[in-house]
Design a protein around this ligand. Sequence first.
Ligand SMILES: Cc1cc2nc3c(=O)[nH]c(=O)nc-3n(C[C@H](O)[C@H](O)[C@H](O)COP(=O)(O)O)c2cc1C
Length: 155
Amino acid sequence: MGDEFEFAVLIIYHSQSGASAQLAASSWSGAIEHNPAVRIERAADVGVFDVIQSTGLLLVCAENSGRLSGGMKDFLDRVFYPLIDRRCSLPYTLLISAGNDGRGAVAEAQRILSGIPFTEALEPQIIRGDPDQRGLDSAQELGAGFATGLQMGIF
Ligand SMILES: Cc1cc2nc3c(=O)[nH]c(=O)nc-3n(C[C@H](O)[C@H](O)[C@H](O)COP(=O)(O)O)c2cc1C
């Protein structure tokens, strides 16, 4: 990793009940095994300067009422134009916690992120229901795959 970056993988999450937070933590544990420069933050605590110092974003949140969770939408609303102004274009991937669907949240995130434009590095993962071991393992694998790809410069 280049010295100009404080960290490579920035995992940003929003969680109300803790489900998305659990998934985010698992993705972090997968990512950190492959790339030491991983940072995990709540969506409310980060802004455009955190994003431009990273080399890739892993966004983790719930689907609420067929859309992105409000906390994640607030983050994207805050950074959308500042990132366009800075011509910041990064790879990203999505990890969505959902009751029984999740596709609305994925579609909304893809629409917003493609407008910056960010590029989707890996297939979005939707984990339905309370995260069980299988869901946590999927989140860990996503984090590992994303961190490895960034480390190898393939995204
Ligand atoms: C207000 C509200 C709206 C929800 N809407 C949806 C929905 O449209 N589709 C779905 O699959 N799950 C829906 N869910 C379920 C959540 O996506 C699911 O419980 C998720 O694991 C919550 O994660 P979090 O509490 O970490 O944010 C909704 C939950 C709440 C509280």
